[in-house]
Design a protein around this ligand. Structure first.
Ligand SMILES: Cc1cc2nc3c(=O)[nH]c(=O)nc-3n(C[C@H](O)[C@H](O)[C@H](O)COP(=O)(O)OP(=O)(O)OC[C@H]3O[C@@H](n4cnc5c(N)ncnc54)[C@H](O)[C@@H]3O)c2cc1C
Length: 392
């Protein structure tokens, strides 16, 4: 049987999260600590303490870590509610990149690694990064990875340049992707490593100015300059980085969609209020077809984005990898939500491009979603290869 109903207790949790974000978190959207480089870590810590007090911190974590052990479908419902403000997921510790990193670390760390690198992130005491993208190497095509790791039997040495590394400034738990060179001890190839953010050899060159400001401490250019790591820094198996990255990718790209869906819903509610109250040519602008069609198109898009997300969440809950389906959903939802935000700006008229409402910020923030976790064209490329034969 196909069942789209939401259980009563989940509805209650959803409403509680949404109301808490509205009452407690939205007032921080005008806090000066929400900077051009995203919320500062100080702001994040204050928000995290509010979520902790409300019993809403890291609710997605496994029960043994104090979380609610949410299924993917439950996450879909609750992350959408949290995403009503971009600061909601920051407060509740279910924002990127930490949310996806926690998911990955929970799957592949050993007990000692989990205590040192995962538990403090789950508890909201430290942040994490996933360092893959490079100016001249890994990006849409991770196969171009240039950062190298050499191994002498006891220590790894990591050298390379990365950029667009979200939250790198001040993060303590680092997941680094590097190409392990041929050696007599371990398999070679793309490999994941764990490091402490304050290790000598991790050099934050600069925080990049960007059009978005929803990610804590923004995005950084990072140089690994002879970063020395012990054997225990190996995350999972040597040479298996792409397999692990895929493990993280389907759920992580889906949770982005869940959170942005909430943000787009909020923009739509603001556009609806405006359309009802603003008049032009003798009537509320909502009564002009050009405006009402935009509101209707938004509603259609939001509904289908939600169905798309729920479907993939359901597949993941069945234990499916949903690689193809999550690609389809990610490409669809990121493109649609960007159009929803654009239409909201248009309905608002001139104030849509000002910061009189949160819509202009959300419009800029959602833009990156068409790029990270795979640009739309890369998903189209993969989808077409599967459909036409010969791929995946
Ligand atoms: C807000 C934000 C946060 C990010 N955070 C992180 C992070 O924390 N850690 C991290 O490692 N990376 C991060 N990234 C980087 C992100 O993963 C990359 O931007 C993404 O993988 C694309 O790589 P690229 O930017 O190098 O684009 P490129 O690989 O240079 O691609 C440029 C463009 O080429 C086109 N293209 C590429 N391949 C194809 C194809 N097969 N068919 C058709 N067109 C194609 C696409 O239009 C693509 O946008 C972040 C990016 C953004 C925008």
């Amino acid at each position: 049987m196909i069942d789209f109903s939401i259980p009563e207790d989940l509805v209650a949790k959803r409403d509680r999260v949404r109301q808490w974000v509205i009452d407690e978190i939205i007032p921080y959207e005008t806090d000066p600590r929400l900077t051009q480089h995203g919320p500062t870590d100080g702001l994040r810590q204050e928000l995290v303490e509010k979520a902790r007090a409300a019993g809403l911190l890291t609710i997605q974590a496994p029960v043994e870590y104090g979380g609610w052990g949410l299924s993917h479908l439950e996450q879909a419902v609750l992350y959408e509610a949290a995403g009503w403000s971009t600061l909601g997921p920051v407060a509740m510790n279910c924002a990127a990149p930490d949310e996806g990193n926690m998911f990955l670390l929970n799957k592949i760390t050993d007990a000692a690694q989990a205590e040192r690198y995962l538990r403090p992130v789950i508890e909201g005491h430290q942040r994490s990064v996933f360092a893959m993208t490079e100016p001249d190497g890994a990006g849409s095509d991770p196969g171009q990875l240039r950062t190298t790791a050499t191994f002498d039997g006891t220590h790894f040495r990591i050298d390379g340049l990365k950029w667009l590394i979200t939250g790198a400034n001040g993060a303590r738990t680092w997941i680094i992707m590097a190409d392990l060179q041929e050696n007599p001890h371990l398999p070679s190839g793309p490999t994941l490593f764990l490091a402490d953010g304050d290790a000598p050899g991790i050099v934050i060159e600069r925080v990049m100015n960007s059009m978005d400001r929803n990610y804590v401490e923004g995005h950084c250019v990072v140089r690994f300059d002879g970063l020395s790591l012990p054997r225990e820094a190996l995350l999972g198996e040597a040479g298996a980085a792409f397999r692990y990255a895929q493990l993280r990718l389907a759920p992580a790209r889906l949770t982005h969609a869940m959170r942005w869906l909430g943000a787009a819903e909020r923009a739509q509610s603001i556009a609806i209020d405006h359309a009802r109250t603003r008049t032009a040519f003798g009537k509320p602008i909502a009564e002009h077809q050009g405006v009402s069609f935009k509101i209707a198109d938004n509603e259609i898009a939001l509904h289908h984005c939600r169905l798309s997300v729920w479907y993939v969440a359901w597949l993941l809950d069945q234990g499916e990898k949903a690689r193809h389906e999550s690609s389809v959903a990610k490409a669809f939802v990121s493109e649609e939500l960007f159009r929803v935000l654009d239409r909201c700006v248009q309905v608002l008229g001139g104030i849509g491009v000002t910061e009189e409402t949160p819509v202009s910020m959300l419009f800029r923030d959602v833009r990156g979603f068409r790029l990270y976790d795979g640009p739309t064209e890369v998903h189209q490329y993969a989808i077409a290869r599967k459909v036409l034969g010969g791929g995946r």
